[in-house]
Design a protein around this ligand. Structure first.
Ligand code: ZN
Length: 355
């Protein structure tokens, strides 16, 4: 019978599973229309699923409307989905913050978005991983970084970046640049980073130290490749191959990489954006022998949607093992990637799992 054929076609369509499961993740990917009612819906529509023989799939709401179907009153498939609308609001606010000379207040942002300040704050953080305030700070610090290269002096650069006071500019940028604005302007160029490499059970390890502490621990197969990696991470610094001064610290790091549970008692110079710093802090809170997924970390940061940003921060980590990005795995437990090679990740986790 014709109905059986129609039904079979629908049942065989992978989109049918999304309709039956009321999969809201599939919203925006297609709509389905129901012949008997003349109505089309989002996959996530809460109304009762139709009989498969009455269903036709359309790629867009426009296509369903062109075929003569009317939009469902419950799921409103003709309007952008809530998630899409919220994302549009947040990106608008991000552009607005980026273009403002002074960071806008939460009230100003809320008015612009047409949301309550509380709701906006929550939405912004869930989407970007940062509060609007932290986002504005990061933008301003980035501007300062640019200005420092061009402005006549440090103070001019700080005010031109939108800081109301010089001391504020100094304090905030210090955390981001890893040095004072003055030192950065001097080129960061003259900032000395000493490095040394040695063999460990995972191949080679390179240890680099600024005047503040260890700024890189890199793992690899060849010392030369590690030195190249270091240069890419600190292009402005003056890299000095160590002639023995670092021997003790190198030995400590080698011992630590071979037995991460023993801990590393050396000061670290951790450089990154405000969000990266928060991710790395969360990673350091995962005890040896345990793992967490990218989405768990995102949730712990109060930014459940920032999973990709979390993965990005893990990939940007310059301090192997000390910031244990190897303890982050996929939600299904699979190892996923590791900046220093999946085999090293496997070895580290196996080592930490041993009692
Ligand atoms: Zn509907």
């Amino acid at each position: 019978m014709a109905n059986d054929i129609l039904s079979a076609a629908t049942l065989a369509d992978p989109r049918w599973a999304a309709v039956i499961g009321r999969d809201r993740e599939a919203d925006g990917q297609f709509v389905y229309a129901v012949r008997t009612t003349g109505i089309y819906c989002r996959p996530g529509c809460p109304s009762r699923p139709p009989k498969p023989e009455n269903v036709t799939f359309y790629a867009t709401p426009e296509a369903a409307a062109a075929a003569g179907f009317r939009p469902c009153q419950r799921c409103r498939p003709d309007t952008a989905s809530l998630a899409v609308r919220q994302q549009a609001i947040i990106s608008d606010l991000c552009r607005y913050i980026e273009q403002a000379e002074q960071p806008p207040t939460l009230a100003q942002l809320a008015t612009r978005a047409g949301l309550s300040p509380h709701h906006l704050h929550r939405l912004f953080k869930a989407s970007t991983g940062l509060t609007p305030h932290a986002y504005a700070s990061a933008i301003r610090a980035g501007r300062l970084r640019q200005n420092l290269a061009q402005a006549a002096n440090v103070t001019t650069a700080i005010f031109a970046a939108g800081y109301n006071s010089g001391s504020r500019g100094y304090a905030e940028s210090d955390a981001l640049l890893g040095m004072t604005p003055g030192a950065y302007r001097a080129g960061g160029a003259r900032q000395e980073i000493r490095f040394a490499s040695g063999a460990c059970t995972l191949g080679y390890v390179l240890v680099a130290r600024s005047e503040r502490g260890l700024c890189a621990i890199l793992l690899g197969d060849k010392p030369t490749a590690l030195a190249d990696d270091l240069e890419q991470r600190f292009p402005a610094a003056q890299l000095i191959a160590d002639d023995g001064e670092l021997a003790q610290q190198l030995a400590e790091v080698v011992r630590f990489v071979d037995a991460p549970k023993t801990g590393l008692d050396l000061p670290l110079d951790i450089r990154g954006t405000a969000f990266q710093q928060r991710v790395w802090q969360a990673l350091r809170a995962i005890p040896p022998g345990q793992t967490a997924s990218y989405s768990e970390i995102a949730e712990r940061l109060g930014a459940p949607k920032a999973v990709r940003a979390v993965a990005g921060a893990c990939a940007a980590n310059a301090l192997a093992v000390a910031i244990p990005c190897h303890r982050v795995v996929r939600s299904d437990g699979a190892l996923s990637g590791y900046r220093w090679g999946i085999e090293r990740k496997r070895a580290l986790l196996a080592r930490e799992a041993e009692e």
